[in-house]
Structure formats: C-alpha cells, structure tokens
Design a protein around this ligand. Sequence first.
Ligand code: FES
Length: 390
Amino acid sequence: MSVRRIAQEQPEKFEFNAENMIWAEELIKKYPVGKERSAVIPLLWRAQEQNDGWTSEPAMRKVADLLGMAYIRVYEVATFYTMFQLSPVGKKAHVQVCGTTPCMLRGSKELIEICKKRISKTPHTLSEDGDFSWEEVECLGACVNAPMIQIFKDTYEDLDEKALEDLLDAFAKGEQPKPGPQIERTLSCPESGLTTLTDVPDYVPLNLSSSASDVAEAPVSQEEASGEILTAVSSVATEEKTTEKNEASSKENSSADKSSDDLKSAAATALSEKSSEGKTADDTVSDEDRPEYLDGPRDGNGDDLKMIKGVGPKLEATLNALGFYHFDQIASWTRENIAWVDNSLSFKGRIDRENWLEQAKKLASGEETEFSKRANYDDAPKNDAPKGDK
Ligand code: FES
C-alpha cells in the first residue's frame, strides 16, 4: 500500500453548505448517543463530494468537531481508505487503477502506462487541463473481471489498453460511459459461457412477475437461462417501482396474487413437460419413482408446507407445482420418491438433512414440531432457502 499524505496546499477552512449541514445533523441523530462517531465515513464522503472530489484537512477537522472526535482519529480514517482523495483530483475523472496481483497479471501495468501517457507522469497530479488525475490502488473487489479501474463511484472492468483509451476519450467529451464489464459478458459470468451449474434451473423464482407464457417458453441454453433470469429480475425491479408509484395497494396485492398463480401454473406445466420427456439430472432416477401427486389440494385447501423446516415460500410453490399439497403426502415418500424429488428440484440432500418426513408425519397427525411452534408467517420468511440453494 502506498503512503498516503494530505496535500501540502490546503484551503483555509471548510464548512458544509446549508443543505449538507441539515443532512449531516439528521444523519448523526440516527446513531445511538455516544456512538455518533460511527458517522465519520458518510460525513467525510459528503464533505469530499462538496469539495470537488477531494477531502481537505479543514474538512477532516470539521467532521471531527461535528462528531466530537479527536482530529487524529478522523485523519486516520481519511488517510486509510483510498475512497478519500487527499489532494485535488481531475474535474472529469479521477482514475483509480487496481494494481493488486490479479489485475497486475491481467494487464494493469499497461493501464498505468496509458494513465502516465495521457494524464500525468506521476500519480495524484492533475493533467494540464485539470480534467484528469490518476493513482494506483489496492484490490477494489472486482478481481474476477480484472483488470479494472474505478472512476468516482463506478467501476470499469475487463479492460485492455484500447478500452481504457476509449473510456478516457468519452470522459473527456463529458460523456458517462456504461460502467461494468467493457466486453461482451454479463456481470461476472464466465467469458466463455457457464462451466458450472450448467443445468438449466428448474425452479421458478416466485418474485419474478414474468408472465406464465414467459416461463412456459423456457430458454433452451444455459446462457439464455441465466440472461433471462437477470433480465426478469431487473424488469421486475423496474415494474415494482412503477407500480408502487402509480397503483393503489389493493390493486398491487391482487396483481401479485395473480402473478403468483400464473407462475405456479407455469411451473406445473414446465415440470410436467420435463417429466414427460423423461429428462432428469441423475440417470439413476426414473419417472416411475415419482411420488403419488395431486392435481390440486384436497377440498381446495392445501397444508401450509412452510411449517416444515427447510421449506420456504419458493419451495412450497414448487412442491405445489409438482402436485404435493399435504403433509401426509410428504410423510409417505419412499427412498425412491425422495431421490426423485431431490433430483427434480436440484436441492439434493435437504429432505434428509432437515428430516422432512419426520416433520411431515408429526404435522399430518396434528402434532406440532419445534419449528412449527416458532413459525410466524407475518414476518420475513425465516424458512427461505439458504443462500445458494435453489
Ligand atoms: S485485484 Fe484488482 S480488483 Fe481485485
């Protein structure tokens, strides 16, 4: 890590403008009495934003005074984190080039040469027109897309010399280039396509409000599958925002229920099509091992399968789509049935690990389990799938 020193030339003083002062006072109130100094990083950041992208020594003192901290404590924070600039930076871009091993092995030295050529020979020195500056920093957490740079709040990844030149040209023209990978890849997906988790996901994420026909017309390749899910997630986020603004809450609820029903029905169709094609992830599992299933819950009312530890809202919907609505159905599964369900839902081992059958037997006979006693479905789903599980 390079030595970070504050600039020799400093302004006389720093004051937050009126708007930022109100914001700072409100922010400090959010912390418990005696813990206000936890606000040091957001306050320094706001000071830096107000001060043309760099944190002056008077700004550090101002933040320390607001938080009742010793000046040296704020100085330590500001000089430790490379997000805080200790001298003036370029008006259009301050380029932070990651020089840590993965980025170095993938070409960060060449990127630094471009910065030296186009901006200034030494780091933390303004270009002649004052528009650019650069520095080398430690890992910025995007190693998978190395080499990369950060400009203000955004990262630009998968760079080579030409890509960096193009970016600098765009900033020079006052444009805002698209952050993220600068090659044809989605986020941090492998450049050459998927190499693991290559089976097309056969679960239906309930949060996606895509239509039933979207799900039925499932993507055929792995890349299409992941791309489609990402697109759907992003469009759902946008839709949800718009809906929040424009629709009354009752209308929202009704639309969400409909969407959920659509997805359940689409999941059933997709799973049944898959089953009829005899496709399974494990060839040792046959469709003959499929447990007895129902076309719908008996008397129109299924059991609350979320009472089983390990079953969250998503898994419950998928189990329903497979024709399982009641505790006694699950309680009666044989080893072969368990293998079939495991195989069909791509969450191998959880049925045994969480002992679903024992839980289901108790619940089917009207007994409570330790988990069902604690369950409270008005809260966020405690029983949801662990990270990484489908
Ligand atoms: S090594 Fe460059 S982002 Fe991690």
